[in-house]
Design a protein around this ligand. Sequence first.
Ligand code: ATP
Length: 593
Amino acid sequence: MLFKELAQYYEKLDAVSSRLTMIEIMTELFKHTKPDEIANVVYITQGVLAPPFEGVEFGMAEKLVEESIAIATGFTKEDVEKEYRKQGDMGKAAQIIKEKSRLKRMSQKEHSVNEVYDAMRKIAGTSGSGSKDVKVKMLANLIAAAEPVDAKYVVKYPLDELRLGVGDSTVLEALSVMATGHRKLKPELENAYNLCSDLGLVAESLAKGGEKAIEHFHVTLFKPIRPALAERLPTAEQIIEKMNGKCAVDQKYDGFRCQIHKDGNKVKIFSRRLEDTTAMYPDLVQAVQKEVKAKSIILDGEALAFNEDTGEFLPFQETIQRKRKHGIAEAAIDTPLKLFAFDVMYLDGENTMGEPYHKRRDTLEKLFKDTETIRPSGQIICTTAKQLSEFFEKTIESGLEGIIAKELNAQYIAGARKFSWVKMKRSYKGELSDTLDLVIVGYYRGRGSRQAFKFGGLLGATYNDKKDVFETISRIGSGFTEAQMVELRKMLEKITTKTKPARVDAVVEPDFWVTPKYVVTVRADEITKSPTHTCARQRQEDGTEAGLALRFPRLVGEEAVRSDKSVEEATTSKEVLEMFKQQKRVTLSSTEA
Ligand code: ATP
């Protein structure tokens, strides 16, 4: 496929406002893509070069891209800058300048999708002294060979400004329709994706090996498995009931989630967002090499700072000191970590995810019986709510944030929030017991004292994973520090859109819409029904429609946005609906008491 053909599909995607049309366009696109280019089409469409665990980034600043456009078109950098200011969009500026340029397309040969992708990977992989000039030239060559419309996308891609809004779920659905004519293959495709976290690989396997390849998809060492997640329930009684009277109860550690892959002496550690974070943990790598007796393994666990002398867990603020790019060795000495292993998904060539949990737990206990740094998570087996409550209280007292109950016969359910794991956290009086992770879909102009910051708050949304859309739940106007307001405005200015993005479902209108890209953590007092928000919207008894909204929402946390969560990992509308029901139940039982 030629890149210019791909650009035509992007033009169509850019113009649509419904997800269904988006799926139709993507299906058409996949039908016209060859098996050896479909992985690259998936990556480009999602604006990435590779899945997150490969850690490849472009490193192209705006100034360099301006230079490339100038070289490719014979205009000056100042002309490009001027057009950019006028358009507010570098891709659009490139397109207009290309139209005006009198330089003929330098190369007669039109680039294929794979040629553009390969060149982009080379650009990303070029480093060291003189690399800037090489990057600029390589990009200039691509722009020179492109038609104006293609140039727009050739420029947007390395600037991370493609923003076509095509989420994982849309890709999976379109792949299913491409292969079978309907959606029936989506669950299997999802499963394959959960096992490798590489959407390009899933698409390629389907295109090359058909449905069979997807049905027999394997776990692969050094390709992270999408993590299992927990549902929530507010009381010990409800947990025991949900677990049919018996379950394991783990301490919930507030540190870094680590998925550890080991084969012989080779070790890699992936974060919750599946980024390769091995370099951050030299001490854990060493411990894995020393303490894990298996030849090959995939482990799930939480790493946190622990004071061996006092036996105390250190708060997250201390553990987070380990998140750094420099001084890693010193930090490893100052704040040593323990790894609390809580699951094992692969052992010596065998996928163990399908085994019942109690069996995987036995394996863990045997593996880490007398080890120093890696230990099995603290756990008891409970058959009564009283036992569970006592363990919960003890856990909180020791400085941890709560418990996670685990169903004894459950498989490891990759990539999903299911009731086989149920978390219960310390509850805050008069507040919802858990925070929500909301997607920013818009923001407001600052008024009054906020005028100086040009920032008056956010429009937050939850993720509806069934419909693959973002539904608004609240305007968030407080909890920001001044620095956070400045930071947020700068980040959001770059991703504003003229109209409501296709995957946002909203009735309210913020001052500015933004592409769903960032997640913020919010605490609130209560969830209430709302005629203006679309989160979990349902028809009411009186025939009107109502969604859910937050009362007194405020931003929490030191970081302005949550860097460890993608928008599809935000709190779902279904979870909010569950929290709303639980809240009603709690209020009822406390008034009854
Ligand atoms: P939170 O914001 O509450 O940390 P989350 O959205 O990151 O939650 P949840 O599904 O709510 O994820 O809770 C599971 C998380 O808890 C895991 O991602 C893991 O990092 C952490 N965790 C800590 N201890 C355990 C444990 N013993 N078993 C499973 N997960 C644990």
